[in-house]
Design a protein around this ligand. Structure first.
Ligand code: SAH
Length: 264
C-alpha cells in the first residue's frame, strides 16, 4: 500500500525542503517522490544533509514539468492546503484520508497522490481543482501554514498509521473485485471533451465561464467514476456532438440512434 502513495511537490524553492521531505517519507516507508517544476536544484549539499540518509529518494525522484504529468496514472489526487479557497471543494481530514487509503488502494491499478504546494504561495486554484479532495492539517488559525516538509511528515504519518491498522486488521474475507477507476489522464480527456461539446451546443461560453467547468469538475471528481462509466459519458458526448452537427443547416442527414450509439 505504501508503495502506491506518491508525494508530489510543486514548484519547491528550497533544496532543504526536498531533502527533509525525503527523510519524512523514508521514516514512514514511502518511496515515490515526484517534483513538478522545482524552482531549485533538487540535489545539493543542503538537500542531502537534510535528508539524513534518505537522499536515495531525492536521487530517485522523478522531475516533471506539470501536475498533469505527475498524477496522470493516479486514481485519487488529494491537494494539501493551508487555506480555504473561493470555491468550496470536498475536504478531508488527515485522519480520514489515512483511513480511506486501504480501500482506495485495494484495486491493482490504484495509486494515490498527495500534492503539496510552493513554500511562498501554496497551490493555485487550477491545481487544487485538479484534485479530488483537499486535506487541511488542523493548525492554529492565526498561524496555519506549516513548513512544507513538516506538512509532508504529518500526512505521511497518517498513511503509516493507516497501513499499520490495515495490516493488523487483515482478515481472510475477500471483497468483491473492484472495477478499475478512471485515471487522472482519462478524466482530463473527458473534461476537455465535455468542454468542447458544451461550447459546440452553445451551453458554455468560455468568455463567461461562471465557474461552470470548475463546478462540473467538482461534481465528477466527487462521483469517483469508473473507467467504464467515463467511456459511456464520452460516448454520450460524441453522440451529442454528432447530433448538434446534424442540426446545422448544411448538415448531412441524421443517423439513427443505433448508429449514434455505436460511437466510441
Ligand atoms: N504560504 C502558503 C503555504 C505554503 S506551505 C500558502 O499560504 O498557501 C507549503 C505547502 O505545505 C502548502 O502548499 C501545503 O501543500 C502544505 N501545507 C502547509 N501547511 C498546511 C496545512 N496546515 N495543511 C495542509 N497542508 C499544508
Amino acid at each position: 500500500m505504501l508503495d502506491r502513495i506518491r508525494i508530489v511537490l510543486i514548484g519547491t524553492s528550497h533544496p532543504g525542503n526536498i531533502g527533509a521531505t525525503a527523510r519524512a517519507m523514508h521514516n514512514m516507508g514511502l518511496t515515490d517522490l515526484v517534483l513538478v517544476a522545482p524552482r531549485c536544484e533538487p540535489l545539493t549539499s543542503e538537500s542531502i544533509s537534510r535528508a539524513s540518509g534518505a537522499d536515495h529518494l531525492v536521487h530517485q525522484a522523478k522531475v516533471v514539468d506539470t501536475l498533469e504529468q505527475a498524477v496522470a496514472d493516479c486514481t485519487l489526487a488529494v491537494g494539501a492546503s493551508a487555506r480555504s479557497r473561493t470555491l468550496p471543494w470536498p475536504m478531508i481530514t488527515p485522519r480520514a484520508l489515512g483511513e480511506r487509503l486501504p480501500q482506495e488502494l485495494a484495486g491493482a491499478d490504484a495509486r494515490v497522490a498527495l500534492v503539496f504546494g510552493r513554500e511562498d504561495s501554496g497551490l493555485s486554484n487550477a491545481e487544487l481543482q485538479r484534485c479530488h479532495a483537499h486535506v487541511h492539517i488542523p493548525t492554529n488559525p492565526d498561524f496555519s501554514s506549516l513548513n512544507l516538509a513538516a506538512a509532508v511528515q504529518v500526512l505521511a504519518y497518517e498513511c503509516r498509521l493507516a497501513w499499520l491498522a490495515a495490516a493488523g486488521a487483515e482478515t481472510e474475507q475477500e471483497e468483491e473485485p473492484h472495477q478499475p477507476l478512471a485515471s487522472h489522464d482519462e478524466l482530463e480527456h473527458y473534461f476537455a471533451h465535455l468542454e468542447r461539446t458544451l461550447i459546440a451546443i452553445g451551453f458554455h461560453d468560455p468568455a463567461l465561464p461562471r465557474q461552470l467547468m470548475a463546478r462540473l469538475r467538482r461534481f465528477t471528481l466527487r462521483a469517483r467514476p469508473e473507467r467504464m462509466e467515463l467511456n459511456i459519458l464520452r460516448g454520450i458526448l460524441a453522440a451529442t456532438e454528432k447530433g448538434a452537427a446534424a442540426q446545422r443547416p448544411d448538415a448531412a442527414p441524421l443517423q439513427s440512434p443505433e448508429e449514434a450509439r455505436r460511437e466510441p
